[in-house]
Design a protein around this ligand. Structure first.
Ligand code: DUC
Ligand code: ZN
Ligand code: ZN
Ligand code: ZN
Length: 483
């Protein structure tokens, strides 16, 4: 059974051209003029692009005394409706729990997925078992490990644990990732704010200024450099963190930054709403920032100092957010965005001229596939690639609303935004997975995607390393230690 996409303009991370795309067996088998197939999808007036890959979701995650509201069923349904054909979710062992045990739990959760998926593995504690199991995790095709520098007392790891894990990543060709906020300082500032009577959602933003993110980003980069491994910084939200990433790149280090669509398009004024629910629904970490930071993130995407746009999709209901009435530290942290990432980025990025169409594809799909070890199976319009494609109508418009979204949450942080640019069809391995406003891929259609560890690029290019390679030093009359 073959499908042909006709009359469209193909847009990849580096090319824009007119051609038909022929699909069979879930893969692209030909690209060219005048192709024919059994099923014809008309892409007149549309762009044919690689399906979005969201490198950062939290589906059915146990967190802050509850579970995030979207599971792999509703979350991947939302993904497909918005042109995203793959998600990478975080498998999260409780401190003391084995990585492989956590993986079994996430395998079960993901069995209901409508679209393809992979996992990052979180390192929430350190010990021999974690060291040993990291290798088995990589052998299963999970080649990235996440470290929380915040959430003191639960998920947070200290610098010595992070250094040990980063060195292990270097040995295994894996990518270490960080949630970069200084957890000690956040904890202290939160306690002080509460003691002074600042209990509302705006206290969340005051407790996590951009400095805590800038400091932690810089620290993680230096630790990665000493461990001899590249680094992926999730949810880069501010100029200080972007500056640290920029500087590292200029110094020849492989460091990637990932702004979220929420940070690019929503600002800190949301926390000062007189409506407690409105503000609490937008509590996430890092918090929304001001325009100066947003401009920095957009500039980073255009110039290439920031690499990927994600969502950190971690939706909660209003009822869950109200756990934090009277104490902002108990508001479950997280916002949704899976369905809205591509339309929002197109509307606010491409139609405004801040991003080219090719940059849009790079930051929503191709860069992610390359960094995460699955290119060109994913993230490409090439013969032999999976036919994960979107037929994108740049004229289609809608108003985002919780009334019509796929997420299980009862609100949407982008409520009322009018977006221009929507998928007409989303294809998942050749199957029409979304058409005419409906998700058509069945539950369980999604498959696990095994990823490949890095090869020679798994190196930090630090001058520090070259200068300090250990060598015995003998000084006049005094033997150096160990000699
Ligand atoms: N930040 C959030 O807002 N939610 C999930 C985890 C995180 O780091
Ligand atoms: Zn995080
Ligand atoms: Zn996250
Ligand atoms: Zn379903």
């Amino acid at each position: 059974m073959s499908t042909v996409i006709k009359n469209g303009t193909i847009v990849t991370a580096d090319l824009t051209y007119k051609a038909d795309v022929l699909i069979e067996g879930g893969q692209i088998i030909a690209i060219g003029a005048g192709l024919s197939g059994e099923t014809v999808l008309d892409a007149t007036g549309c762009y044919v692009m690689p399906g979005g890959i969201d490198p950062h979701t939290h589906l059915e995650m146990p967190f802050m005394g509850t579970y995030s509201a979207d599971d792999f069923e509703s979350g991947t349904r939302a993904a497909l409706a918005g042109g995203t054909t793959m998600v990478i979710d975080f498998a999260l062992p409780a401190p003391g729990e084995g990585l492989l045990d956590a993986l079994k739990v996430w395998d079960n959760k993901a069995a209901r997925a409508h679209c393809d998926y992979s996992f990052h593995m979180a390192v929430t504690w350190w010990g021999e078992q974690v060291f040993d199991e990291m290798q088995k995790v990589v052998a299963r095709g999970i080649t990235s490990f996440k470290h929380f520098m915040a959430y003191k007392g639960s998920l947070m790891v200290n610098d010595d644990e992070m250094f040990a894990s980063f060195k292990r990543c270097a040995e295994l060709g894996a990518v270490p990732m960080v949630h970069a906020e200084n957890g000690d300082i956040v904890a202290e500032m939160s306690t002080k704010l509460l003691a002074e009577g600042n209990t509302g959602p705006e206290g969340h933003a005051y407790s996590r200024p951009s400095q805590v993110e800038g400091e932690a980003t810089n620290r993680a980069i230096m630790i990665a450099d000493m461990a001899g491994v590249p680094l992926y910084v999730v949810h880069t939200s501010c100029e200080e963190a972007h500056e640290a990433i920029r500087r590292a790149k200029m110094n020849g280090k492989r460091v990637w930054g990932e702004p979220l669509i929420q940070h690019l398009t929503l600002d800190e004024s949301e926390y000062f709403s007189e409506d407690w629910d409105h503000a609490a629904r937008r509590v996430m970490s890092p918090p929304f920032r001001n325009k100066k930071h947003q401009d920095s993130l957009w500039a980073g995407l255009a110039s290439g100092t920031l690499s990927c746009v994600a969502t950190d999709h971690c939706a909660f209901t209003t009822e869950q957010k109200r756990y934090g009435l009277g104490d902002f530290t108990k508001i479950p942290n997280g916002t949704g965005g899976l369905e809205d990432r591509l339309p929002m980025l197109w509307s606010e990025g491409v139609t405004t001229g801040r991003l080219t169409m090719n940059e849009f594809v790079a930051v929503t799909s191709t860069n992610i596939a390359k960094i995460m070890g699955m290119y060109p199976k994913k993230g490409a319009v090439l013969v032999g690639a999976d036919a994960d494609l979107i037929i994108w109508d740049p004229q289609a418009r809608k108003t985002i609303s919780a009334k019509s979204h796929q997420s299980a949450s009862d609100y949407n942080v982008f409520e009322g935004k009018v977006v221009t640019g929507l998928p007409r069809y989303t294809l998942s391995r050749g199957l029409v997975a979304f058409a005419e406003g409906k998700v058509t891929a069945p539950e369980g259609h999604g498959e696990f995607v095994a990823r490949t560890p890095m090869g020679a690029e798994n190196r930090a290019l630090s001058s520090w390393k070259a200068l300090t390679a250990p060598r015995p030093v003998v000084r006049a009359g005094i033997p150096a230690s160990g000699v």
